[in-house]
Design a protein around this ligand. Structure first.
Ligand code: BES
Ligand code: MN
Ligand code: MN
Length: 462
């Protein structure tokens, strides 16, 4: 591609400043107090798509937050790339753990990012990664090098389950027709080790409520004589894993895809240092399902984790009380072939069945989604691999990711096209955590690599 370097060099600062403006908008989809801001972020994305060269841009209202759709069609005979991303972000909590305010973006140098990283909620997940695509489009249109058609679909409900996007996709299949879907909302192995995410895990998410006596009780008068919902909940949760850290829900593993020894040894070739991993998390040992390595545990194996647990007195000092109720939020990461609704049902029946007499249990399902795996013998994968080879100097490693983007499975079902997950984040970027950041190196590499994907995909497709 011509002049990318010079275009890039003369626009780098602006690319960062524009992203800063987007990051300043606290578009937290989970918290209704920020609703207005979510709409504001949608407007920002729409304007940026217009500026970047889209011919049509629409803000498509839904029951909740809008989907921003943009397209530039240059020739119906050329391939069409559909770019997906999200402009909503996770809540910033706990805000006291941020070293600088979550919605006041700032560049700071870190050990891993001596050239600087942008610190802000959404810097990596997904505003920064989504905006790389907007700037890549701007580069291609303004230098007259857009090789194919492009459609953008940027949503504002990814972090809360993409509920309205599913309907939008179903109702707009012909409008969204494409040859490949391109997403940057995952990570890569390391700055010098590019990788392409070839799988995402599914998700089943439930909330449980354990009820004991009809009111909170004095723990001296009643303690030991009635079931304490918090004690019971802790016991029930503890029983969900056995001594080998296998999940004990009957039928949970029935459909789990078992990888061949060959596939596992192929996976094990990806560079990984257990020592560095432990050091980065300040833990003295890893923990997980017996018989699997760390990288298997976080990608090809299903898991069950408590995400939050509460009940009783948690204020200052002591209060001697037996709470009437105890609660927990539990997520299960699923692997291909496990069906999220079926797993939710299995969880519900099992959890209800293990409740002892003296308490009652309520299980409420939240949003979920199916997992995804993509083959590497497609034109899309090859084009992505060529693009990385060009900008990083080394071929990318295919790698299954542990996180979930539930809508990807639905894209395949409804739009019949494969998704290429070109993630530029690092595990250490602290997405969903305080001090989320995105390396300037990663941001610029993304902007450089994306146009090459367009070029190679178009060449290989025709
Ligand atoms: N971008 C993440 C998913 C992700 C991150 C995949 C890193 C692979 C590597 C996405 O925004 C996300 O957070 N998804 C949620 C699921 C959603 C239903 C709330 C997740 O994985 O917890
Ligand atoms: Mn994301
Ligand atoms: Mn996320």
């Amino acid at each position: 591609m011509n002049s990318l370097q010079s275009y890039h060099d003369s626009n780098k600062d602006r690319f960062v400043q524009e992203l800063f403006e987007l990051l300043k908008i606290p578009s937290v989809s989970a918290d209704s107090a920020y609703s207005k801001e979510v709409f504001k972020a949608a407007d920002f994305v729409a304007d940026s798509l217009k500026t970047a060269g889209c011919d049509t841009v629409e803000i498509c209202q839904t029951k909740r937050f809008p989907i921003v759709y943009g397209e530039k069609m240059i020739d119906s005979k050329l391939p069409t790339i559909l770019v997906y991303g999200h402009y909503d972000v996770q809540p910033a909590d706990p805000i006291e753990l941020w070293d600088s305010p979550a919605f006041e973006p700032i560049i700071k140098k870190t050990e891993l990012h001596p050239e600087g990283a942008i610190f802000a909620r959404g810097a990596c997940d997904d505003k920064g990664q989504m905006y790389m695509h907007v700037k890549a489009l701007e580069f291609m249109t303004s230098t007259d090098q857009l090789p194919c058609n492009v459609k953008f679909m940027i949503e504002g409900e990814e972090e809360v389950g993409s509920e309205n996007l599913a309907e939008f996709v179903k109702n707009n299949a012909s409008k969204l027709k494409n040859d490949v879907i391109l997403i940057s909302d995952t990570g890569m192995i390391a700055k010098d080790t590019p990788s392409i995410t070839t799988g995402l895990r599914g998700l089943s998410y439930v909330e449980v409520e354990v009820t004991g006596p009809n009111r909170d009780l004095h723990s001296g008068i009643y303690g030991g004589a009635v079931a304490n919902p918090i004690n019971i909940l802790a016991k029930m949760i503890a029983s969900l894993h056995d001594e080998n850290n296998h999940i004990t829900i009957p039928g949970f593993y029935d459909k789990v895809e078992n990888l061949s020894d060959e596939e596992r040894s192929e996976m094990a070739k990806a560079p990984f240092s257990l020592e560095a991993y432990k050091k980065s998390l300040e833990i003295n040992a890893v923990y997980g399902e017996k018989g699997y390595t760390t990288n298997e545990r976080n990608s090809i194996r299903p898991t069950l984790d408590v995400n939050g647990i509460w009940g009783g007195y948690t204020g200052e000092g002591a209060k001697t009380v037996i709470a009437s109720k105890a609660y927990a939020k539990i997520s299960m990461r699923l692997v291909p072939n496990q069906d999220c609704e079926e797993i939710t049902q299995l969880f519900k029946s099992h959890f209800e069945s293990i409740a002892p007499k003296g308490v009652s249990v309520k299980v409420t399902p939240h949003h979920g989604g199916q997992g995804y795996v993509t083959p590497i013998d497609t034109i899309g994968y090859k084009a992505a691999a060529m693009a990385y080879k060009n900008t990083f100097g080394t071929a990318p490693i295919p790698q299954r990711g542990g996180g979930s983007i539930p809508i990807v499975a639905l894209f395949e079902k409804e739009l019949k096209s494969k998704t290429i997950l070109m993630g530029f984040g690092l595990d250490s970027d602290a997405i969903h955590s305080p001090n989320e950041h995105f390396g300037l190196f990663n941001y610029f590499k993304g902007i450089e690599t994306i146009p090459l994907f367009y070029k190679y995909f178009t060449e290989l497709q025709s």
